[in-house]
Design a protein around this ligand. Structure first.
Ligand SMILES: Cc1cc2nc3c(=O)[nH]c(=O)nc-3n(C[C@H](O)[C@H](O)[C@H](O)COP(=O)(O)O)c2cc1C
Length: 233
């Protein structure tokens, strides 16, 4: 069991402790603990109470089968892509493009991989397709008929799960990179074409010593986000 002081006991604490963890130990995860977390996450809100989220949770051989299937596609280069959706809008402009660029630079700087080390950067990116060593992978999907409101519902469920994982001393990394090989993942999991894969979520115990888990990930200030109106009048 994790030390008690590693546990988060408030939403605020869990929000501050959660980060995308990109190196895990091989310590297995108790499925009963995950079951409790998913049961609590069912309290996530959704428009019309549709609860559109569905998930497949894998460990061991079934998880290895997905890694093997995607590795085959990755080896094909661009010809191997089977994208589920555009991960980012085409022609992403600022301020969003700078934020996206910035987080990549922060990650590679923490690992000491310079910009001109293309193989080094690619190698780090490809750790994604091993779930960064996580013993458990969750694939979040929904019916293809669902639209943006229901996708936002999936996000609320995902964040609920991630915060509950923190509370339990676990860590995670959401991974939409799997959607680049979405059809491959769905075929391997026998998920029908009526389903769309949103994201993976790598789950396990963080390797606390890994540099990749220690760099600060900035956020923009509230002045860029919140427009207060009618206060202080
Ligand atoms: C839906 C979703 C998908 C993501 N996909 C990936 C991914 O494929 N690979 C990755 O390394 N990080 C991925 N991330 C992590 C983001 O880069 C990260 O959340 C963001 O930079 C903020 O950092 P933090 O989560 O550590 O606070 C994803 C995050 C979300 C919410």
């Amino acid at each position: 069991m994790p030390a008690t002081d590693a546990l988060s006991r408030s939403v605020t604490d869990a929000l501050h402790r959660r980060r995308s963890v990109r190196a895990f130990t091989d310590r297995p995860v108790d499925p009963a603990l995950l079951g409790d977390i998913f049961a609590a996450a069912q309290r996530a809100p959704s428009g019309g109470n549709l609860q559109p989220w569905q998930a497949i949770v894998l460990t061991g051989e079934p998880w290895q089968a997905v890694k093997d299937a995607v590795a085959e596609r990755v080896a094909m280069g661009r010809a191997g892509y089977e994208p589920e959706y555009d991960i980012y809008p085409k022609g992403l402009t600022d301020p969003w493009e700078s934020r996206r660029f910035g987080v990549g630079e922060g990650l590679y700087a923490a690992l000491g991989i310079p910009r001109d080390d293309k193989p080094g950067r690619l190698g780090q990116f490809l750790h994604n397709y091993r779930g960064f060593g996580a013993p458990v992978m969750l694939f979040l999907h929904c019916s293809r008929i669902m639209g943006p409101p229901q996708w936002s519902d999936m996000g609320m469920w995902l964040q609920s799960v991630m915060l509950l994982l923190v509370e339990a001393g676990l860590a995670s990394c959401p991974q939409e990179c799997w959607a680049m090989y979405g059809a491959t993942v769905r075929r391997t999991l026998a998920l029908g074409d009526d389903q769309i894969l949103f994201t993976g979520l790598a789950i396990g115990y963080a390797d606390e010593d890994a540099a990749v888990n220690q760099w600060p990930v900035p956020r923009v200030g509230l002045e860029d986000v919140i427009d207060w109106q009618g206060f202080g009048e």
